[in-house]
Ligand binder design. Structure first.
Ligand SMILES: [Zn+2]
Length: 342
């Protein structure tokens, strides 16, 4: 049996409204068709998602927030709760299925049935905090998964890497005071949600366990590979994560007009090879990607396929980590140096 599990399901297309929104079902339609090709049918394990239960959702989100969502989901104006995050009658079941799809994969990875997983869900999650949804995000799928791994499997060191072009503000808030989840976000400086400065480092037991790397527009493959290669290598060696979760947003792609970052399709394969190596070295290969943003459906599809192909490749490559002066500059005075040797 394949060691890669995929979650995709037509029910993830049900969260939809007539008004135009960047976050819409067309993002994933063609990708889902692509994944029905024989190559993927044969070589991956298609996992059926389940809805996350109220108890699982409440590990991260307040009951008051869930109640607010319920009330707004039946209003005639889909933007009555938030100007980006629309709500309609299928939004809650779809959001629960998104979180539950991630849990279904996490369970199978923990049981040893799978090494890798990719949860190709929507709505995305990383901007949602305990009591508030924003930026298209309703439930924080990756945070619910991390919390589930802590509570159900007793994990004490979970690494979340977020390479979506926007800061992982919701995920950061949820784990800001703990050292049991290390949240590492690389994102474009100065864009939505306007948080994620390098000096946001965590609080109490969590000091040093939030790592933010705001980067300049025009950064591309070389800068990203250098920064992630150098920092993750050090963090993984010192933190020894028991599970690696990835908030996989594809909106830093050169063809995604939402950002000024210039990543190529191939870069998503490169980072996947890096992460496979870190997962092999630290945590028995446990590696789960969770879909976040990505608003050009063509570059999104190609980049996700590049990711999956890199997961399916028999052996992982070892990309070279070449120094890039303008990326190196970002690390010179970075506060993470106080807590980690890099
Ligand atoms: Zn994003």
């Amino acid at each position: 049996m394949s060691r890669l599990g995929l979650v995709f399901d037509s029910r993830y297309l049900h969260h939809a409204i007539a008004n135009p929104s960047l976050e819409n079902p067309d993002r994933l339609r063609s990708l889902y068709l692509h994944l029905q090709q024989e190559k993927y049918n044969k070589n991956t394990c298609h996992i059926s998602p389940r809805e996350a239960t109220s108890t699982e959702i409440s590990m991260v989100h307040s009951l008051f927030y869930v109640e607010q969502l319920r009330e707004h989901a039946v209003k005639s104006d889909p933007f009555s709760y938030d100007r980006d995050t629309y709500l309609m009658e299928d939004s809650l079941p779809t959001a629960k299925l998104a979180a539950g799809g991630c849990l279904a994969l996490a369970e199978r990875i923990m049981e040893g049935e799978l090494d890798y997983g990719f949860s190709l869900v929507r709505p995305p999650g990383h901007h949602a905090s305990a009591g508030r949804g924003m930026g298209f995000c309703i439930f924080n799928n990756v945070a619910i998964t991390a919390e589930y791994l802590r509570r159900n499997y007793g994990l004490k060191r979970i690494l979340i890497l977020d390479f979506d072009v926007h800061h992982a503000n919701g995920t950061q808030d949820i784990f800001y005071d703990t050292n049991e989840v290390l949240v590492f976000s690389i994102h474009q400086k100065g864009i939505f949600p306007f948080t994620g400065d390098a000096d946001e480092i965590g609080t109490e037991a969590g000091v040093g366990y939030t790592v933010n790397l705001p980067v300049h527009p025009q950064f591309g493959d070389k800068e990203y590979t250098y920064l992630l290669g150098r920092l993750l290598q050090g963090l993984v060696e010192q933190y020894l994560p028991q599970f690696i979760l990835v908030s996989a947003g594809y909106d830093a792609h050169v063809d995604d007009s939402i950002s000024g970052i210039l990543l190529s399709t191939q870069w998503y394969a490169t980072v996947t090879h890096l992460l496979r190596r870190y997962a092999f070295e630290s945590c028995n290969n446990r590696l789960l990607y969770v879909m976040e943003g990505g608003y050009n459906s063509v570059s999104l599809e190609k980049s996700v396929i590049a990711t999956i192909d890199a997961m399916l490749q028999k052996d992982f490559d070892r990309p070279g980590i070449l120094s890039v002066p303008r990326a190196e500059k970002i690390l010179v005075d970075h506060p993470l140096r106080k807590y980690w040797t890099i």
